[in-house]
Design a protein around this ligand. Structure first.
Ligand SMILES: [Zn+2]
Length: 585
């Protein structure tokens, strides 16, 4: 202010100066009335309820910064009512605080137990599980030590509320401040999406919800709304799936023998970062140790570089040339149930987010679901060892025919959230070409450490079923690959279907068969290991491995069939005209 007044006094045009000075004085007078300490205290009070959990999430390096930032923005909105009605500051802030306090208890409690952010997936678990499981979940949720945590939280909130005072100031300035807050938090982003970018209203509202969700009480309110919406979508998909006619003439060779089948779907793992496939860093020591027991296929690719789009083809009869069969023919899950298998879906991927509705629909085609990851953001810390315990449980089930899908988080971004500290083996530029920058080296190291941890998880899954000494079979592949600066000119990190590189599609593909399985059904896979193959036809390979016969089976699309025919490995979005092209590996 002093500087501005100084600049005014240096003004040459007296008339202009005096007008400007008058204006400055007016603002100064109004601003002087506004109690800035009261403004800051009130904001701190409102922000506290959302901020506390977000700060804890940041301090524990659990998730990305987005949540904390949005909570900080959105908490500003609560200042508007007390700016408009300063005489009622105490009662208004008390009532708002009460609502924020209730919902914040849920978030804090959830963080205390799971060190994660509360999300709509948690609501899904609570509402969708059977009553006994929900009770178990809630019982697990409440621990005695949460009482002092909740009490301290309540005490801090109360003390902050005691400090809240009217902000005062001239009405016009308070109204202006309220308008600025509303414009910044809601108006501008909505205007940008709806008017400037001409996005549909649905999209604009959804994005707004996403921005508001990290703040209390919207986490619970929007979480519930989104849960309801995705649930409706999922039920519609399931209903459609239920009405499909079954596969015709489905029979299983050796169908009278017991069998335990494990299908492990990895995530974002490019086989060229695995020492099992010749990578120069030792990233797959455990799989290397049991290499003799594995059929390691060398030339398998995924059709799409994104999870849902890839799995829509991998787990159904759809492929790049017939993408619509995903909803019009039975899925692999339907096939297993039709064959009389007791089916399990164990996942460490997010559950009912909009993007994952299709995956959750797939999971719901099975008998039993275990959702091990309830994070709001995919970029959150969750380790794949989450799946070990539910797998042990499923293996204890004495059903004669069991089919278990395990969906891992694998080596998905953010790579350093995928492995515990003891797997941080690659820390420097050792064994890497000299052209990488420091940032690139750090990303490659994190990725390789995630691949190393994935090796631990996948090999542990194999030893777990091996130890059961049953008639069992396991297949592991990744949903798609990942380019971690692999492709010259080495500037691409992640995946982009518009600019495809082989690294985004090259996946590991491994089959393990137990001794008992081989006694009854000896499959010599060694002669097929170099066949170029797209997982878009996986359903035929799976049916062939398991020994299914049915009229929709196409032996030319089975990787392990004598009648296999090599086809171009089509990649690209099949719904975009002219985008499909054959991948060279
Ligand atoms: Zn994926």
């Amino acid at each position: 202010m002093a500087n501005m007044l100084k600049s005014v006094s240096m003004c040459y045009d007296f008339r202009l100066c005096s007008k400007y000075q008058k204006y400055q004085m007016k603002i100064k007078k109004y601003a002087a009335d506004i109690n800035l300490t009261a403004l800051g205290t009130a904001y701190l009070f409102f922000f506290y309820f959302s901020g506390i959990t977000h700060l804890l999430l940041q301090l524990t390096n659990t998730t990305i910064f987005f949540g904390l930032r949005q909570a900080a923005y959105m908490s500003l909105l609560w200042l508007i009512p007390i700016l408009m009605f300063p005489n009622r500051t105490k009662i208004i802030s008390g009532l708002i605080g009460l609502i924020l306090w209730i919902t914040s208890l849920i978030s804090i409690g959830y963080f205390c137990i799971y060190q994660q952010e509360f999300s709509q997936s948690v609501l899904f678990i609570i509402f969708e599980s059977n009553p006994a499981e929900s009770q178990e979940f809630i019982a697990q949720y409440f621990k005695w030590w949460m009482a002092p945590v909740f009490l301290s939280h309540t005490l801090i909130a109360y003390l902050l509320w005691r400090c809240v005072k009217p902000i005062n100031g001239a009405k016009s300035l308070r109204v202006a401040l309220s308008l600025i807050i509303f414009t910044l938090a809601i108006g501008l982003p909505t205007f940008k999406d709806y008017i400037l970018k001409d996005r549909p209203l649905d999209f604009t509202l959804e994005k707004l919800q996403k921005r508001m969700e990290p703040a209390q009480p919207w986490q619970l309110v929007i979480g519930y709304m989104q849960y309801q919406k995705q649930l409706t979508n999922m039920h519609a998909l399931l209903e459609k799936n239920n009405s499909l006619p079954p596969l015709s003439g489905l029979k299983q060779k050796d169908g009278d023998l017991p069998s335990t089948l494990l299908l492990v779907i990895g995530e974002s793992t490019n086989r060229n970062h695995m020492s099992l496939y010749g990578y120069n860093r030792e990233t797959s020591p455990n799989l290397k140790k049991i290499e003799g027991d594995l059929a390691v296929f060398k030339k398998v690719v995924s059709p799409r570089p994104y999870t849902i789009e890839a799995l829509e083809q991998v787990l159904t009869f759809a492929d790049q040339e017939n993408p619509d069969l995903v909803m019009t023919k039975p899925s692999l899950m339907n096939m297993m149930k039709q064959a009389g298998y007791k089916t399990y879906w164990i996942t460490n991927q997010q559950t009912l987010t909009k993007r994952n509705t299709m995956l959750t629909t797939f999971s719901k085609q099975m008998d039993i679901q275990k959702y091990m990851n309830n994070s709001r953001a995919q970029n959150s810390r969750e380790y794949d060892e989450n799946v070990f315990e539910p797998l042990e449980e499923a293996l204890k089930d004495n059903a004669k025919h069991k089919f278990i899908v395990i969906h891992l988080l694998g080596t998905h971004m953010k790579y350093d959230y995928r492995y515990p500290p003891e797997f941080e083996k690659f820390k420097d530029a050792k064994d890497l070409p000299s052209h990488f920058t420091e940032i690139q080296i750090s990303a490659i190291n994190n990725y390789d450490n995630a691949v190393l941890y994935n090796d631990f998880v996948v090999s542990k899954l194999i030893t777990t079923i091996k130890d059961k000494n049953e008639r069992s079979l396991m297949v592991y592949f990744s949903d798609h690959g990942e380019d971690v600066y692999d492709t010259p000119p080495h500037n691409m990190l992640g995946r982009n279907e518009g600019k495809p590189t082989a690294a985004m599609y090259t996946v590991p593909f491994i089959v393990w068969q137990s001794e008992k399985w081989q006694e009854s059904r000896r499959l010599d896979l060694s002669k097929f290991l170099n066949r170029p193959y797209s997982t878009s036809h996986f359903i035929h390979t799976w049916a062939d491995l398991v020994g299914f016969e049915f009229s929709e089976f196409d032996s030319s699309k089975s990787l392990i069939n004598e009648a296999f025919k090599e086809k171009p490995l089509l990649v690209g979005d099949p719904k975009v005209k002219g985008q499909l092209k054959a991948l060279e590996q």
